[in-house]
Design a protein around this ligand. Structure first.
Ligand code: PMP
Length: 440
């Protein structure tokens, strides 16, 4: 008899084949692969058009030039690039990061910056230092699936706040804070992706930004501003960062995954000094220090390559793919579908006709050789069955057109099915729809 059975503890969910089944910490029990993960493995097959993946189009980089640069780095600075470094990160890189953030109105000092393993690690560290089990984290509805994964890992209770086409709704935020305060709940921070949001593709309107900051300041609520796509807008200047107007109340998360390459795994957090100190300690216990090699490769790239021109080239490429997807959606989608028109970034958020379930439809879509991420992955509470996230960042324009054509046919078949049999049940329960890393 296992200990948990002897002591009358409730049996954790999981597989009896695993001999350590009863030994895992509470926090590991929510870490289960979803049924749809297996389907995502299939989407790598060439015959399937994947509109699921959020992978940047790295082949647009001058790979031979980057290769030479990396070779020179090892030959010329190998004794530093191949050595340990400090947990806060390379000072030269942190200086460059401040230059990058200045494009969004942020005035930062390299001391404010902590380098992380992509912004995903910054999300993990922030949650680790702030969240006790049961604490509330406020997040947009819908919200980035990787952030929800970090919040779940630390047993946060995610409360979603309504968005519209102009991003987070200030009144909804104020009302949610008020309701949770009255209920005596402990809120730790607001997590927001203000620009070209993942998954909804919407951007927080300039006129709402001050109001959101004011509401959070009045409630003593820290803001986590996650901004991987800010420099990938299709029109005009990059939106002004929230941190530019409240450096004491906002932790800004940035990354080189979308403007350079996700494979280098270099991101950062810019934080008020006390939080920065905790982040450095947390990073040290997690990884000792980050890869010197990656950090110096990014530093060299920023110092020696025309990176602003490259970002412009990425913007043009993604704009063209966005246009292709929007045109194809207008031409092909059946009545009752609605979708967002992103002004930057990678994603379109498609609402399905009433009664159609995106999760139930996915196996049929994959059989029809098209993949997407069901909306349920982007909510902590199992909502989102009426939405899908479509990415246009990776497939070539012809493939985008073909993928949308196939998807439109699948949705039409689903409409017919619903007319004949009523709503079709979904695959499984709430909160278990994590796609694989390439799909985040
Ligand atoms: N935040 C958001 C909103 C994202 O879309 C992503 C990547 N999909 C990340 C964070 C993590 O990116 P990375 O760890 O590669 O910096």
């Amino acid at each position: 008899m296992s200990d948990s059975a002897r002591h009358g503890n409730p049996r954790p969910q999981g597989s009896r084949i695993d001999p350590y089944f009863d030994q895992y910490a509470q926090r590991a029990r929510g870490m289960v692969a979803s049924e749809i993960r297996a389907l995502f493995a299939v989407t790598a097959r060439p015959e399937i058009v994947s509109l699921a993946g959020g992978s940047p189009y790295v082949t647009a980089l001058p790979l031979d030039v980057v290769g030479d640069m990396v070779g020179d780095l090892v030959a010329g600075q190998g004794s530093v690039a191949l050595q340990y470094c400090t947990a806060q990160g390379d000072p030269g890189l942190r200086e460059k990061i401040c230059e990058v953030m200045s494009l969004e109105g942020i005035k930062a000092h390299p001391d404010d910056v902590v380098v992380t393993v992509g912004s995903q690690q910054a999300l993990d560290l922030i949650t680790r230092i702030f969240v006790d089990p049961g604490d509330v984290v406020l997040a947009e509805a819908p919200s980035y699936v990787g952030a929800l994964g970090s919040f779940a890992a630390y047993q946060a209770d995610v409360v979603h706040v309504q968005m519209d086409d102009d991003g987070l709704i200030p009144e909804a935020l104020a009302e949610t804070i008020q309701r949770l305060t009255s209920a005596g709940r402990t809120m730790k921070f607001l997590y927001t992706v203000p620009n070209y949001q993942n998954p909804a593709g919407v951007t927080l309107a300039a006129g709402r930004r001050h109001r959101i900051l004011e509401i959070c300041r009045a409630a003593g609520l820290l803001v986590i501003e996650d901004n991987p796509y800010g420099l990938l807008g299709f029109d005009g200047e990059p939106p002004r960062a929230l941190r530019a107007d409240d450096p004491d109340g906002v932790v800004y998360l940035g990354t080189f995954s979308k403007t350079f390459a996700p494979g280098v795994r270099v991101g950062w957090a810019a934080a008020p000094s006390a939080i920065r100190d905790k982040l450095v300690l947390a990073a040290e216990s997690a990884v000792l220090c980050h890869s010197s090699f990656s950090q110096l490769a990014v530093r060299e790239y920023l110092a020696t390559q025309p990176w602003r021109e490259q970002v412009k080239a990425f913007r043009e490429l993604y704009r063209q793919r966005r246009d292709t997807m929007l045109d194809a959606l207008s031409a092909q989608m059946p009545e009752g579908c609605r979708w967002t028109s992103p002004a930057g970034g990678f994603y379109v958020w498609l609402r399905l006709p009433d009664g159609i379930n995106s999760k139930a439809m996915l196996p049929r879509a994959v059989s029809s050789r098209v993949a997407y991420v069901p909306g349920t992955g982007f909510y902590a509470d199992g909502s989102g069955t009426d939405h899908v996230r479509l990415s246009y960042c990776f497939p070539e324009p012809d493939r985008i057109r073909e993928g949308v054509r196939r998807l439109a046919q699948v949705i039409e078949a689903e409409i017919d099915l619903r007319a004949t049999f009523g709503s079709v049940p979904s695959l499984g329960g709430p909160g278990s729809d994590t796609p694989g890393p390439g799909d985040l």
